[in-house]
Design a protein around this ligand. Structure first.
Ligand code: SOE
Length: 387
């Protein structure tokens, strides 16, 4: 594993717990965790239960005993590490967004294709696909229970930056993160809409805003943020991103969508909300109540219609049969175990896991199109490669 911050912790938990609750055809061995600061990465090793710590990721690439590389470091490092690992024949799980630029993502897809020809697998860590309520919602869409999806509303709302004296982190630095709310959390909203509907965002019109352009530099990291130091630094990413989109394909061919990603939505802590309105039904999901799914069946008798609150904790719901008895909730971290389960299953079965690096590249193109559109005064901008 490369990285030991928030995502390193979440993925470590996934690797540790998945084989205890799910039957995998291979037993993951948590071999080496890598970080640049020797003392901190050693502390992370001891806490998360890895066998060794290491400060140079190249030693992991050169280690013939390593089969899988899990990349949890900032976006600026993804391309170099992933390409080296794939070329060395190691399966790669890479955190989202896949890269910081479309060019990097294209090079990663080329490496993934070279590797796939040799049976080496790659996957992007869009963990929320693995929330049971989302998996169940996807099943409803695939079964046609929503009919034709015509309108999509997707928001990812957090508020951890609403205090303007909150310190800088790498997530506010374009060189490290690629973009701000757009790529860090907006990417999840785009991925979930595409995953649920089978459609692609084909064109976007966007607006970006940076509300606070300078912040205290970070002292100690605590969670997503940390303590403030005396010095100040420049915020070089968007604080909020809004965009409308046209969708093509799947169950939402011809649909339009409204997307919003922000870390300034005061009072909204981790509200990833998706609402799909179809000709025969609708679904609504909010990550702040992640075990629930609202489902509206427009084919029910008129007098009985209304959103039904489904508690997605039954054995019928994806992944739930392996956890607790009926009705007992799961949390944020479980999605990372499910990610490990699906990734290991693909490796052992010799199949290509999803989302693929090609899916990650497409999302990178959507993010780039939103930025280009915002720079051009919200002009409609295609998300496909210019030929
Ligand atoms: C990871 O999946 C992630 O997108 C983080 O990078 C965000 O910061 C977090 O808020 C949501 O999850």
């Amino acid at each position: 594993m490369i990285g030991y911050g928030f995502m390193g912790a979440a993925h470590s938990q996934g690797w540790r717990v998945a084989p205890r609750f799910f039957d995998l055809d291979a037993e993951p061995v948590m071999a080496t965790i890598v970080g640049r600061d020797a003392e901190r990465v050693e502390a992370a090793r001891a806490r998360f239960g890895w066998q060794r710590s290491e400060t140079d990721w190249r030693r992991v690439i050169d280690d013939p005993a390593i089969d899988v590389v899990d990349i949890c470091s900032p976006g600026s490092s993804h391309a170099e590490i992933a390409i080296a690992a794939l070329d060395a024949g190691k399966h790669v799980l890479c955190e989202k967004p896949l890269a910081n630029t479309v060019e990097e993502a294209e090079a990663m897809v080329a490496a993934a294709e070279r590797a796939a020809a040799r049976g080496v697998r790659s996957m992007v860590g869009f963990s929320y696909r693995r929330v049971p309520a989302i998996g169940f919602a996807r099943r409803l869409v695939q079964e046609g229970r929503l009919g034709v999806v015509r309108q999509v509303r997707a928001q990812y709302l957090q508020d951890w930056l609403s205090d303007e004296n909150g310190p800088m982190t790498w997530r506010l630095d374009k060189t490290a993160a690629g973009s701000g709310s757009l790529g860090d959390i907006g990417a999840h909203a785009v991925d979930l809409v595409e995953h649920l509907t089978g459609a692609r965002l084909s064109a976007v019109s966007g607006t970006l805003a940076t509300f606070v352009e300078e912040r205290p530099l970070l002292g100690e990291t605590v969670g997503l943020s940390g303590t403030a130091s005396e010095q100040r630094g420049r915020v070089t990413v968007d604080d909020a991103a809004w965009f409308t989109a046209r969708l093509a394909g799947g169950a939402a061919d011809g649909a339009i969508g409204a997307f919003e990603a922000t870390r300034y939505a005061t009072g909204r802590k981790n509200a990833l909300r998706i609402e799909l309105s179809g000709s025969q039904g609708a679904i609504a999901f909010d990550l702040e109540a992640m075990n629930e799914l609202q489902f509206y069946d427009a084919t029910a008798p008129a007098g009985e219609q209304g959103f039904t609150r489904i508690i997605a904790t039954e054995p019928e719901h994806p992944y739930m049969a392996n956890w607790w008895p009926t009705g007992h909730a799961i949390g944020y971290e479980h999605a990372f175990s499910h990610e490990v389960v699906d990734f290991v299953a693909a490796i052992t079965a010799g199949t290509d896991p999803e989302p693929s690096f090609a899916d990650g590249l497409h999302i990178q193109r959507v993010l780039a199109a939103v930025e280009a559109s915002a720079a051009a005064g919200s002009a409609w901008t295609p998300t496909r490669r210019e030929s």
